[in-house]
Design a protein around this ligand. Structure first.
Ligand code: GLN
Length: 463
């Protein structure tokens, strides 16, 4: 803990950390030492971690990357934070040591961490490149070895895409596996927490600790606790030492390899697929015909939910309130206008529009129908294969400067991560190699519902 606190300070120019809490970190580390001495320590006890600043924490401020939550302090820990850390009422903690909070796009809206009100995050592989988003601080902190692990959230790709851009491993579990209690809501029907770390093995340990049913989240999956590490290690029937993936059918959706896919990314992903084949897997071509539609569907549903979720930030209950106003409405208006960033305002307006009378049927309802069809397409495909593989993003990390004047360009780059999000399926990014200018490229694995174990097993065999 002490040595990493030093690294965090030395690498402050990365912009990964928004808040460091040295005092509580050192106290938690001492508690971990005591647990070790009494033989009550688990695999994660005393291991440093940092949390995306979208999880509320009582030992550190929480901003969600927004000015509107400037100065906000939660009286409780998010369930995921409590489970990984010291625990809370009715929740056992793994005893990890929280070093602090990590930068992210404002309310997790973005793909480059350039939408944070607290500055950009640099990609440790090349400080002139973005780390990806919205969990950009988490990805950069793990990639720069400031922490061995971090939490992230993924609504439409925010764990997988930054993991790919920074050469780390990240998994978004099936919707409902990790509690959303205390995770500031962006689009509630899509938001999922997950771990970001160096390897599938670390992710398996973290996911086992952070997941599980939580009665405080109405969409939490009612399933017994899972040992993802054991699932990751469990050999496949018919597997051997040099063919650990024998019998595994890997589906390659042809829509995931369009002409617009950058040649370097295509090359790295194809090499990874060849490697899976060498490990015993069989590759099968499949089709997800509505892949392109995932973009408009997601960018209707997510803003619709966001416009509703963000109505709670009204200058009364949390954070920023305008200094001067004439009446209540004026206070709402001024507080929100002053403290929300451009992208958040754009989404609130889009979301309000698609939900409004006269447009609801044309946009929101249509999007919901298509969302169902996209989920059904996956079920068809999972009759032909056990996991789906493809790229995470169409390109490597893009330049920090001269980018993001066009929000549509960012939206289009989400094409390969949005489908699994809309279907609520687990997806992960596994480092696969390097593309242009030595920048990391991840391969994406998508599984059927609750098949995190299969994803982790495949990734572990590959790593
Ligand atoms: N890039 C997507 C968006 O801006 C996904 C973000 C996320 O997964 N939080 O909404």
């Amino acid at each position: 803990t002490q040595s990493l606190l030093g690294r965090v300070q030395a690498q402050a120019d990365l912009g990964a950390f928004l808040h460091v809490n040295e005092e509580t970190a050192l106290a938690a580390a001492a508690a971990a030492d005591a647990a070790r001495a009494t033989g009550t320590a688990g695999a994660l006890t005393g291991v440093p971690i940092a949390h995306k600043d979208i999880f509320v924490t009582k030992d550190a401020p929480t901003t969600a990357g927004s000015k509107i939550l400037d100065g906000y302090r939660s009286p409780f820990d998010a369930t995921v934070v409590a489970r990984l850390g010291a625990g809370a009422d009715g929740v056992t903690g793994a005893g990890m040591v929280m070093l602090g909070k990590l930068n992210c796009d404002e309310f997790a809206m973005g793909s480059a961490n350039t939408n944070s009100a607290y500055g950009v995050v640099k990609n440790p592989w090349n400080r002139e490149r973005v780390p990806g988003g919205s969990s950009g601080g988490s990805a950069a902190a793990v990639a720069a070895r400031l922490v061995p692990a971090a939490t992230g959230t993924d609504t439409g790709g925010s764990i997988r895409q930054p993991a790919s851009f920074t050469g780390i491993t990240g998994i978004k579990p099936t919707y409902g596996v990790c509690s959303r209690y205390g995770m500031i809501a962006y689009a509630s029907s899509l938001d999922q927490a997950g771990p970001m770390a160096r390897s599938a093995e670390d992710c398996a340990l973290l996911l086992s600790a952070m997941s599980g049913f939580d009665s405080r989240d109405a969409t939490s999956a009612q399933r017994p606790a899972q040992d993802f590490h054991a699932q990751m290690l469990a050999p496949r029937t018919g597997a051997s030492a040099d063919k650990p993936l024998a019998g595994l059918r890997v589906g390659l959706p042809k829509e995931f390899f369009p002409a617009a896919l950058a040649a370097d990314v295509n090359g790295v992903v194809r090499a990874a697929l060849a490697e899976l084949e060498k490990l015993g897997a069989t590759l099968v071509e499949v089709s997800l015909p509505r892949t392109e539609l995932a973009i408009p569907v997601y960018y209707i549903i997510a803003p619709a939910e966001a416009s509703s979720n963000l109505s709670r930030f009204d200058g009364v209950k949390f954070g920023h309130r305008a200094a001067q106003y004439t009446d209540l409405l004026d206070m709402y208006k001024k507080s929100r206008s002053e403290a929300f960033g451009t992208e958040v305002k754009r989404r609130i307006m889009t979301g309000t529009y698609v939900l409004s009378h006269g447009y609801y049927d044309a946009y929101y309802l249509q999007a919901q129908k298509l969302r169902r069809m996209i989920a059904d397409d996956f079920q068809q495909v999972f009759q032909q294969c056990d996991v789906i593989a493809g790229p995470v993003a169409p390109t490597v990390a893009w330049p920090l400067n001269g980018h993001s004047t066009d929000p549509l360009a960012d939206y289009l780059a989400d094409i390969f991560t949005l489908p699994a999000s809309l279907a609520g399926l687990p997806g992960m990014s596994v480092p696969a190699g390097f593309g242009a200018e030595g920048l990391p490229v991840g391969v994406q694995l998508i599984g059927n519902y609750f098949q995190e174990g299969t994803l982790l097993h495949t990734a572990h065999a590959f790593q």
